[in-house]
Ligand binder design. Structure first.
Ligand SMILES: [Zn+2]
Length: 355
């Protein structure tokens, strides 16, 4: 009897031990599997990130090599850009890191083929039919409470320029393009089409590299002469209009902006800033609705509106937004015009204040 009880207790003890063993083995397996699963997940994630990085590097490389310009206002922006600008904090253009480019060569011929030269037109955009909206007519429109709107696109030409021009054409609207020095046949066609379609073609520096163009008046002069000569060579029209990268009130310039304003004043070149901004240069693509909200929030507060937008490979939503913008402006009976020599100056720092 005693033996059988002892035997049963022994059995139970063995069962308990077997159970403990199982639990310990399962626990150990869990400990081994958990990091393995984590490793697999992390491995997959690193692989995906590497792919994205490669894509971004390829885009950045192709941009710096093909266009020889700094990546405009879309990459690597400081989060707090307001400190950079003295005025119009709600409507500022942002600046970015620099990409090294070859030294400017004012002697180069920009590689324009004879074929392209045949396309050169000799229309002064400022005197075209679309600039014929007289000051009286504009005054009358303002008296009637209508908005007078000048749409401007900076940083082009890009692979989006054609689409932008198509949309403007569809709505029979003329705008203003502040362009940089992009070489290559595809871009030559964009510069010439801007003028042929009746828009105003302005300068926005050749290199768009703040650290270079704003380092000294000499450097600014070199860049200015290059973009002026380039636009004249590809379009046959001498440009008369300028927009400072970052605006006339930017605080990234190494020397006071008044130096460069005086330079343009001496050359008889007019510059425009903006008082309405899509804020589409903040380092990431904004949704269409946000861009529209930004624009109309500013437009509500102004009668004469110079709207800052960007013509960039990276800003597809700006293009997508354009038809809705034009639709709404048409619905509110706004007068939409290209900037001409008679357009009311919108300048963060007045050219007249600099002698
Ligand atoms: Zn710009």
């Amino acid at each position: 009897m005693a033996d059988s009880i002892k035997y049963t207790e022994e059995e139970r003890r063995r069962k308990r031990i077997r159970l403990y063993k199982k639990i310990i083995i399962l626990f150990l397996l869990f400990l081994i599997l958990l990091p393995t699963v984590f490793c697999v997940i992390l491995f997959v994630r690193v692989g995906n990130l590497q792919k994205q990085l490669n894509t971004l590097m390829a885009i950045r490389l192709s941009q710096s090599e093909e266009q020889s310009v700094a990546p405009s206002e879309q990459a690597g922006l400081p989060d707090n850009i307001d400190y950079v600008y003295a005025q119009e904090p709600d409507a500022t253009e942002s600046e970015t890191s620099e990409v090294s480019t070859s030294e400017p060569d004012t002697q180069e011929t920009f590689g324009i083929s004879d074929k392209d030269k045949d396309k050169v037109v000799s229309v002064q955009p400022s005197q075209g039919v679309y600039g014929a909206y007289s000051e009286d007519m504009i005054d009358k429109a303002l008296e009637e409470g209508r908005k007078v709107v000048y749409l401007t696109f900076d940083d082009g030409p890009s692979h989006n320029t054609g689409r932008i021009l198509d949309i403007l054409d569809e709505y029979n609207v003329k705008a203003t393009f502040f362009t940089i020095g992009n070489e290559g046949d595809e871009y030559v066609d964009d510069y010439t089409r801007i003028i042929e379609d009746g828009h105003t073609l302005g300068m926005h520096s050749y290199s768009h590299k703040y650290s270079t163009i704003y380092s000294s008046v000499e450097a600014f002069d070199e860049d200015y002469l290059k973009i002026s000569a380039y636009l004249e060579e590809v379009t046959g029209v001498t440009p008369w209009l300028y927009r400072f990268p970052g605006g006339s009130s930017n605080l990234v310039s190494a020397i006071p902006m008044t130096n460069f304003i005086k330079y343009l004043n001496d050359k008889g070149i007019t510059y425009y800033d903006w008082n309405v901004s899509a804020q589409d240069a903040e380092g990431k693509q904004l949704p269409v609705d946000t861009l529209l909200d930004n624009i109309f929030r500013d437009i509500d507060r102004k009668d004469i509106c110079v709207v800052l937008m960007h013509d960039s490979d990276y800003l597809g939503t700006t293009v997508e937004m354009l038809p809705e913008l034009l639709k709404r402006l048409t619905e509110m009976d706004a007068v939409i015009l290209p900037i001409t020599e008679n357009t009311t100056l919108i300048q963060h720092i007045s050219a007249d204040s600099v002698q």
